[in-house]
Design a protein around this ligand. Structure first.
Ligand SMILES: [Zn+2]
Length: 300
């Protein structure tokens, strides 16, 4: 689905730049907060709505490393995918991990905005960006938003299902995914017969464990997501589910930052940056020499 046109407000008489409120209004037109899951916490976290926005940094995670990037780049606003504050807190003391981040942002006058599950279900949304990187065509939701919910309709929902322009063996697809997704130390691993032909692929940016049954029901050849675990993945394969590809959480969500930046860049006078800092925890990937080749069957 092509992106809808942007409708930035007319430049005000007092400033030639959009305000935090203007940026928020445009983001919420693309990613209405009502589309977020009930447990989620999206929207403006920090920042005066009337403050001018000259430069924005798009990140997956608000962590000390991306905050340092924001400070070094002298941005006025961070737009993040993951909520900094998802659960209740009773202290913002700078001696705590998140309190330190909040103090740094407020002192530097940096606004913080979060678009999370509302950006996941949007069309185009997080999993469209992932599917596009992989070259999938004919996209539709893996789990369409439920009828009667605010996000229902117009191709919205979690994950995407698409078709590869050319079938690929699972092992080849894993190498393709590792090549086209943002590079990480962990790369991409696959589960299932390495020679299995993959024509249709389901994808879900972030932790997609809970959509394994949807991928099976959709009858796709393979499902690519992140954070897959031993027992759910093993049970899924043992019950003839699609082959699995496991990338890192950051690598599956980073592609969306380019779409987000494209929206923000249309604002008059706003300079938009995208963080390429891998915020995943994994820094080393090692295999025993004998484990470097794909195996074709279970070990005893
Ligand atoms: Zn995520």
């Amino acid at each position: 689905m092509p992106p809808t046109p942007v409708s930035w407000p007319a430049v005000s008489t007092t400033t030639a730049l959009p305000t935090v409120a203007d940026v928020v209004a445009e983001l919420e037109r693309r990613y209405p907060p009502a589309w977020a899951e009930e447990w989620d916490r999206v929207g403006l976290v920090l920042g005066e709505p009337y403050a001018a926005v000259r430069r924005v940094l798009c990140v997956v995670d608000v962590v000390p490393e991306t905050v340092a990037e924001a400070l070094a780049a002298d941005v006025d606003m961070i737009v993040a995918h993951h909520p900094l504050l998802l659960r209740g807190v009773s202290s913002m003391a700078p001696t705590t991990y998140k309190g330190r981040i909040i103090h740094q942002l407020i002192k530097a006058d940096i606004a913080l905005y979060v678009a999370h599950t509302n950006a996941d279900v949007a069309a185009p949304g997080v999993s469209d960006a992932l599917a596009n990187r992989l070259g999938l065509v004919d996209l539709r939701p893996l789990q369409p938003s439920r009828p009667g919910t605010p996000a229902a309709g117009s191709g919205r929902g979690t994950g995407r299902i698409g078709r590869l322009p050319q079938p690929m063996a699972l092992a080849e697809l894993a190498r393709h995914a590792a090549a086209v997704l943002p590079a990480t130390a962990a790369g991409v691993r696959a589960a299932g017969d390495p020679d299995r032909a993959v024509r249709t692929l389901a994808v879900c940016g972030g932790a997609g464990d809970s959509f394994l049954a949807d991928a099976t029901a959709a009858g796709v050849d393979a499902y690519l997501t992140a954070d897959l675990r031993h027992h759910p993945a093993g049970e899924h394969l043992a019950t003839n589910g699609p082959a699995l590809l496991d990338a890192t959480h950051w690598a599956t969500e980073r592609p969306w930052l380019d779409d987000l930046a494209a929206v923000l860049r249309t604002a008059p006078g706003v300079d938009t940056l995208v963080s390429d800092l891998d915020t995943g925890p994994w820094t080393v990937h090692a295999t025993a020499p004998s484990a470097s080749e794909p195996r074709t069957g279970p070990t005893p």
